[in-house]
Design a protein around this ligand. Structure first.
Ligand SMILES: [Ca+2]
Ligand SMILES: [Ca+2]
Length: 281
């Protein structure tokens, strides 16, 4: 390992990733709690729109003029939604990642007991045998798949649930846990995507309560380390976004993924346009 780190830093100097640069645009200053975000083309014009599940309404913002429309409001338990129970073994769940690969659909479920992986075969959901629990006693909030250097998969997580730590694992291996960041308060938003065009994922993470520096915000972490232990951290939002949820999508189709975030106590919806220069292709 002592020989590895200098080599890694040498490679980083010779072929540095671009420095992330984002430009914030506030789309809404009157969000209630900003509970959940999704990206999809609502009006069929092939431009991705922003969907927001707020406290009492589900609204969407039209790509272009970003006008706000209400899709549904005051939903109650009496509104009929068909559902099927997939798993009831965990005592408290918080967040999930749905993955499609050659083996079909799988769900990574983060909750009180750790991370559970479920697979669907012939319509029946069951625990993935080749990826057992990442099991521990302090709980997991958000979970996301990360593609590392050379394409290796990793799991990024916010721990504990609503926690202060950003961690990374090899899938299914509790012993591989590595802490990337600890100075969050109520970490609540997480994404893994290649925003810099470097061929591997960066991690975007947001928290919603002031940390020890009395700040909320969003950070981006980038790595060229095959072990996914060495990461460079960049500030995307400096104390304007009490981040409840975030998504990553290329909203203006310029080939660069942008960040969309909603704030609970800050009551805002912001697009962080990706202005990174010399983005790799
Ligand atoms: Ca659209
Ligand atoms: Ca873009």
């Amino acid at each position: 390992m002592p020989l590895f780190l200098p080599l890694f830093f040498l490679l980083s100097i010779l072929n540095p990733p671009p420095v992330p640069k984002f430009e914030a645009q506030v789309l809404d200053k009157n969000v209630s709690i900003g509970y959940g975000l999704a990206i999809g083309d609502v009006d069929g014009d092939r431009k991705p729109d922003i969907l927001l599940a707020d406290q009492k309404q589900i609204v969407w913002y039209r790509n272009g003029d970003w006008k706000r429309f209400v899709m549904a409001e005051n939903l109650t338990e009496r509104d009929s939604w068909h559902y099927r129970l997939i798993d009831s073994s965990m005592h408290m769940t918080h967040n999930l990642e749905v993955l499609e690969d050659q083996d079909g659909t799988r769900i990574w479920l983060g909750g009180k007991e750790g991370i559970k992986v479920l697979t669907s075969q012939g319509g029946n959901w069951q625990m993935a045998e080749e990826q057992p629990w990442v099991e521990h006693n302090f709980g997991v909030g958000e979970v996301r798949r990360i593609v590392g250097v050379n394409g290796q998969p990793f799991v990024a997580a916010i721990e504990p649930m609503h926690g202060n730590q950003l961690t990374i694992y090899k899938p299914g291996d509790t012993n591989s846990r590595h802490i990337l960041k600890e100075n969050m308060n109520q970490g609540h938003a997480l994404a893994g995507a290649d925003l810099l065009g470097s061929g591997n994922s960066q991690i975007v993470v947001g928290w919603r309560n002031p940390n020890t520096d009395q700040k909320v915000g969003i950070c981006l972490l980038a790595s060229q380390d095959p072990t996914a232990h060495a990461w460079q951290e960049y500030v995307v939002d400096d104390n304007t976004m009490a981040c409840e949820d975030l998504q990553v999508a290329d909203l203006n189709k310029d080939g660069k993924l942008d960040i969309i975030a909603a704030g609970r106590d800050s009551h805002n919806l912001i697009v962080y346009w990706n202005r990174t220069e010399k983005i790799a292709r």
